[in-house]
Design a protein around this ligand. Structure first.
Ligand SMILES: Nc1ncnc2c1ncn2[C@@H]1O[C@H](COP(=O)(O)OP(=O)(O)OP(=O)(O)O)[C@@H](O)[C@H]1O
Ligand SMILES: [Mg+2]
Length: 388
């Protein structure tokens, strides 16, 4: 007989609350239970103000009673759920590593909530009160009390392979003391400290205004000095916050972080070109990557011999999302570059593309469209998780 459970200890899986959930594994039951904050219509209240959907950060109360944010994902299949669990693991472990290395970060853990009998799963963290994003608040960079710590955070993120704040200023956050606080590790755990093998994965705006040769060197020293054992242990310590984590994910993440550390040890001048106002305008895309782009695009969209390079480029970029306040500007530029590069490739076999940092996001999205995960890994693009 199922006894009624006192309200105070009800969690998302309490008997009588959500019958289909009795099938859930012990690991899933062990994640933190959070309570959703609902709007007037009874729907979870999203942090971004968008409609509640299958993938939204929503307001919640954490198990300890503090206000929090649940980043939930509603999988459509068991296979997708397993991919999500692996992806959550990367994010949760990354935030724990950030904290352990002294960065200012929110703390993610695996979490679930009961929404009218449906269990919503994802990762939760504490709410950053009065948070402001760097996008639109660039002036806040001038008043940082602790620029060294902000730089440490962006360098550690780069080591973890996370490129999603390199130009995306929505992913650099300020807390109510106007200090940089890190969160959103959706791309962490990827291979390579440099996007496309050439562009350091740090936030360019933050680097230009807060990086000094000293604070960059100190951050790098910290990471270069990590032993394999230390990395192995940090990954396992982070794993305590994600009960569904698998051994494969832990092994793979450890191996990636060791590889990325080795790159930082070898690349002695890493990041130095991004310090101060004299920033690099562009990076030559490695020839192997440029050739792979051009040849795949010709193969996919150049089936008609009468089609011009410009038309092939346009087809390739169809539905590729742009980034930035003037969305589409980057896509137009990439389209032009692609068209010229396709022509050159056809005329003399050259595979030359200059990567402009502001267009990096568009190239990444294009890569996602035309390469498989295995191909992208073989090229060193590191686009290996779901959704990346
Ligand atoms: N813990 C938090 N406290 C306050 N605001 C938050 C918190 N987490 C997220 N937000 C707000 O919601 C926005 C979206 O959250 P987040 O970046 O985690 O989600 P996302 O969907 O992965 O974003 P992206 O579009 O970068 O992939 C953030 O930029 C921030 O403004
Ligand atoms: Mg984000």
């Amino acid at each position: 007989m199922v006894e009624s459970v006192p309200k105070s200890i009800c969690d998302a899986y309490s008997p009588g609350e959500a019958t289909p959930l009795n099938k859930l594994s012990t690991a899933e039951l062990c994640a933190e239970t959070v309570t959703l904050k609902l709007d007037e219509t009874g729907k979870p209240k999203t942090v971004t103000g968008d409609d509640f959907g299958d993938s939204s950060p929503v307001f919640c109360t954490l198990a300890d009673g503090r206000p929090g944010v649940l980043k939930l994902e509603r999988p459509k299949s068991m296979c997708e759920l397993k991919q999500l669990e692996a992806w959550w693991a990367h994010q949760v472990i990354s935030s724990d590593i950030m904290d352990r290395l002294g960065c200012h970060s929110v703390h993610y853990r695996e979490a679930h909530a009961n929404y009218n009998g449906e269990v919503l799963r994802g990762t939760a963290c504490e709410l950053v009160e009065e948070m402001q994003e760097l996008a639109g608040n660039e002036n806040l960079l001038q008043g940082l009390q602790d620029p060294d710590r902000a730089i440490l955070g962006t360098v550690v993120c780069a080591w973890m392979g996370d490129f999603d704040r390199s130009i995306k200023n929505e992913n650099i956050w300020f807390d109510k003391n106007k200090e940089v606080i890190y969160g959103d590790y959706g791309c962490a755990g990827l291979e390579q400290i440099n996007a496309f093998g050439v562009m350091p994965k740090v936030n360019r705006k933050l680097f230009a205004s807060a990086a000094t040769p000293e604070n960059v060197a100190a951050a790098l020293e910290k990471i270069r000095g990590l032993s394999n054992r230390a990395i192995h242990d940090m990954v396992r310590q982070g794993a305590r916050l994600i009960p569904t984590v698998t051994r494969e994910v832990l092994q793979e993440m450890t191996a990636t972080l060791i590889k990325n550390r080795d790159q930082l040890r070898q690349d002695k001048s890493w990041g130095l070109d991004l310090i101060g106002p004299a920033q690099t305008d562009s990076y030559a895309m490695p020839e192997k990557i440029a050739a792979a782009f051009l040849d795949r695009i010709r193969e996919k969209y150049g089936d008609d011999p009468n089609r011009s390079s410009a038309e092939i480029a346009r087809l390739a970029l169809e539905n590729v999302p742009g980034y930035g306040p003037d969305k589409g500007k980057d896509i137009n530029l990439v389209s032009l570059q692609l068209s010229n590069a396709l022509t050159r490739r056809g005329e003399n076999g050259q595979a030359k593309i200059e990567l402009l940092p502001d267009c990096f996001y568009a190239w990444m999205q294009l890569a996602k469209k035309i390469f498989t995960v295995d191909e992208s890994l073989a090229l060193g693009l590191g686009l290996k998780h779901r959704g990346l």
